[in-house]
Design a protein. Sequence first.
Length: 281
Amino acid sequence: MASNQSDLKKSIMDTKTLPTLPNVIHKLNSLSDSDSSSVQEMAKIVSSDQVLSARILRLANSPSYGFHRVSTISNAMILLGVNVVKSLALSSSIIAMMEHDSIGLWEHSLGVGSAANLIAHRLKLPECEEIATAGLLHDIGKVIIKLKCSDVDKEIQLRVTTRQIYSLEAEREVLDTDHAEIGGWLAKSWFLPDKLSEPISFHHDVEKSCNNRVKTAVIHLADVLIKSSGFGDSGDDFVPSLQNIAWDILKLDKQLLDELVYELEDKLIEVKNFSFEMLSN
């Protein structure tokens, strides 16, 4: 299995075969690393790609980010922060693929992003928008499995269906790894900051997160809440248990959890409408 995992990791890390936007991203990374660069300069680079610009603006105005009224890339960068816009740019083509070929997973991801935003605001955490982005991207590894290993993806789904097991368990049996670890590989190959890559890598195992346990715990909780709501399709119908470490890190209690579930019900109606709007265009 070690050889298979090594070959898979090599394939995932071969970002030249992924539908990214290397020229735009390279320029954006160069500017963001320079202390003398302005938001306007970076916005000009992003705006040079009309499809990318439209996607970032739509996501910036989505329920995952609280339905802000954002009409320019400059405002999106100010609102979301450069790192969020960079990660959205990097993932834009893959998210587009999710919309049309994996509608259930796209809606699940939107739901987790929205739930993460709601939890972060309710707990008065900093960087709520980046937490929402981590939620949106938390299952990006599943997209990569489907994109680069279609036969393997079919085998995983077959095991989930015939044996009634978690997709995470099936992934580990077939691949000797799982979508969270694969998402972490991809995040690192994209040079995403740890505050995004750790929640992606460890949303199923919060204890393994080192420097961003709070953010990781939020994404774990958001994932559990969306799974329990039945919103979207993450690959199986089973709801994972909320890990005790996440409960403790976020200082949850039953009343707060009940309130989050209640507030999320209304939010998911907005998410569903937003998803329908994007898919119909």
